[in-house]
Design a protein around this ligand. Structure first.
Ligand SMILES: Nc1ncnc2c1ncn2[C@@H]1O[C@H](COP(=O)(O)OP(=O)(O)OP(=O)(O)O)[C@@H](O)[C@H]1O
Ligand SMILES: [Mg+2]
Length: 414
């Protein structure tokens, strides 16, 4: 048997003691974590914890496993939203298939989980937009997925909205660029898969009445085209409007969750017009994430980072007003982390830890503070809002979500 691990995979070294020579489906359940409500899958997929980390193991033919390993490695290097691949086990005895190892995507949810447990998340609408975003991002990077579906996507809360991640790259192909026909084919495959998945949910009594699987699925190509068009269209305008229009376009693209790599402005030598073409960064948007990391060392998702930075900025303004002199951003970042953010995160009792990512808890506390302040007609402050949130809101968040830090307590994760 051989293990191929990509450094840094030191945290995966503890996994070498697992019984790789046995068929994955026959592993001792004591070694495994129970992850309920996953998507539909053809292969045997199991989850294990090792050194405080959780890994997903998939038994799959060696050729496909190597392909998926290579694809996921590339996607991660390019900053595309995918699960992170750790390694492969090949050459298992008796001609057994290979095992592909990926890192469990923390705090992720499958669509089945979103439908069956998080009742508030039922609207299929909430899933469509993140899925379309993901597909567009992949297409801009020249990736033909060939198997885009709700089952092959994982969802994560990002400051109240959902973001989507690719989890299955068996069929993915990388091209320098995709043709219109390739994109249309991928979109159509997705539409069919979603319709089938929603019908399956309906058969299981999980789809709310009044939601028509076909209608929802048909909505996908429309939203895909609208986003693609918005992102890639060339604009023509006069020289006078130039600055304003360029700034406006930038803002709009950022709002849609895309960073701009390069802008090309071609002026018309005869008239006073200009043509604007933008090259988009395909990586997950990172402006706010990078800034928050620089100021506080926190690593969170983009929407969460935007939210946290806003709070940090208003904290800094308050500091400056209180002290009567300018406070450097890094100093404010450090103070905010220890005096504002950490106390909120630490207020979550161990029994409720692991339900939501810490940054998502902070986001929810800010929302709760706003809600309480509105109701009481005064600013209730973060301390009081946190106390109330932990007592009245957090206990009602479904328990399925996971973090390895919650593992010693329970082996069931979602
Ligand atoms: N790294 C991971 N983190 C979290 N969940 C994961 C991870 N890898 C797999 N899963 C879960 O396991 C399910 C099955 O994984 P995957 O889609 O790779 O298997 P599959 O059998 O190849 O599927 P298919 O039938 O589409 O070929 C996914 O839908 C997802 O819910
Ligand atoms: Mg799959």
């Amino acid at each position: 048997m051989r293990f191929l691990f990509r450094p840094p995979a030191t945290d995966a070294a503890g996994m070498l003691t697992l019984p790789w020579e046995q068929p994955l489906g026959e592993w001792d359940p004591a070694l495994l974590l129970d992850v309920p409500q996953r998507g539909i899958s053809r292969h045997v997929v199991r989850f294990v914890a090792s050194d405080g980390q959780v890994f997903a193991l998939k038994e799959i033919g060696e050729r496909l496993a190597r392909h998926e390993y290579r694809m996921l490695t590339e996607f991660e290097e390019d900053g595309l939203p995918t699960v992170s691949v750790v390694g492969l086990c090949v050459g298992r005895p008796g001609d057994q298939e290979a095992i592909l190892v990926t890192r469990y995507l923390e705090y992720s949810m499958s669509y089945r989980y979103l439908y069956s447990v998080r009742r508030d998340e039922r609207s299929p609408d909430r899933l469509l937009d993140p899925l379309v975003q993901l597909l567009v991002r992949l297409h801009l990077a020249g990736v033909f997925w060939g198997d885009c579906s709700l089952s092959n996507t994982l969802f994560r809360l990002d400051a109240g909205s959902l973001s989507a991640y690719l989890v299955d790259a068996e069929t993915a192909e990388r091209h320098p660029e995709l043709s219109r026909g390739q994109r249309a084919y991928d979109v159509d495959l997705t539409r069919e898969r979603i319709a089938a998945e929603l019908m399956d949910l309906r058969a299981g009594g999980l789809l709310p009445d009044g939601i028509d699987p076909i209608e929802v699925a048909d909505e996908l190509p429309r939203r895909y085209s609208a986003l693609w068009e918005e992102l890639t269209r060339e604009e023509v305008f006069t020289r006078d409007e130039q600055r304003f229009r360029v700034a406006e376009r930038l803002r709009r693209l950022n709002d849609l969750g895309f960073d701009v790599d390069e802008m090309e402005l071609v002026t018309d030598p005869d008239g006073d017009g200009a043509r604007l073409r933008v090259d988009l960064c395909v990586a997950e948007p990172g402006q706010n994430r990078r800034e928050l990391f620089r100021l506080t060392g926190l690593e969170v998702q983009e929407g969460q980072a935007r939210r946290l930075l806003n709070d940090l900025r208003s904290f800094r303004a308050w500091l400056q007003q209180r002290d009567g002199h300018p406070v450097p951003a890094t100093t404010a970042g450090h103070l905010w982390l220890t005096e504002v953010y950490q106390p909120v995160v630490d207020a979550v009792p161990p029994a409720l830890a692991g339900r939501l990512a810490p940054a998502e808890v902070f986001h929810e506390v800010l929302e709760h503070r706003w809600f309480l302040s509105e109701r009481e007609g005064r600013d209730v402050g973060t301390t009081e809002a946190t106390r109330s949130y932990v007592a009245t809101v957090l206990p009602h968040t479904p328990e399925e979500l996971t973090t390895p830090s919650a593992l010693p307590r329970r082996r069931r994760i979602g």
